[in-house]
Design a protein around this ligand. Sequence first.
Ligand SMILES: [Mg+2]
Length: 274
Amino acid sequence: MKTTSMTFLRNALIVIVASGAFVLFVSSAVQTDGASEVSTREHMVMAVLWYQSAAEARALQYQAFNLARLMLDNDLAQTTREKKRAVVVDIDETVLDNSPFEGRAIRINRGYPYDWERWIDLSQAEPIPGAVEFLQYAVSRGVDVFYVTNRKVRDKNGTIENLKRKGFPQVEASHVYVRTEESSKEKRRMKISETHHIVLLMGDNLVDFSSVFEQKSVQERNNEVDRLKQEFGKRFIVLPNPTYGDWEDAIYEYQTSLPDSVKNLKRKAALRGF
Ligand SMILES: [Mg+2]
């Protein structure tokens, strides 16, 4: 009798566990097959992995700051400037690494702007390799540093806190220019130029260098880079960022609120083949 009831209990348990597993299997199949939004960030995986794990990314970042130092040394050695010298840097993906935000966005399948401000308020973005050392060096040579970012006014305190924690120099409110009324950085660059000679501009997006790149098509952006090719590695120092930027928005013709399915089609259509 005892053995029979134990067998019954065991069988019942097997049925319960098996049906539970079946429900789990079905629900996970629905999640991955039924809802198209589950895979909307899948196209980001390789870019973010490259950014986070390719030693080549790190090497390019050191290369950018080594070159910046060389160019700054050249300017200091060879020229007299009437105004105080300045180095102007963008923040995101130029001096701070937000790739953990992107990595999480892929995992939870919710991208910018979701949780972006929460990430900023954590003030825990790591410095881009070489950034702190170069900017400290610039200040040690009597050069001012300005941070020009399209983070918003509400993000300014969290951003300053982050930069301070990581050892960046001259992180005072007057040296951190956030976005106020417009995304273009031209007016902010002009404001700095009133008092300073800008020796170098550093950024991961062409709009960090000049307004000639703003709202331009893929072809126009490339044409402008060809036209200004002498500036790169001299006054303009570019940091790598395959994860997002105007390069991507240009593919969508700056219609950034298009549905993911349409963006996916536009990405595929933009690929060159043979
Ligand atoms: Mg940036």
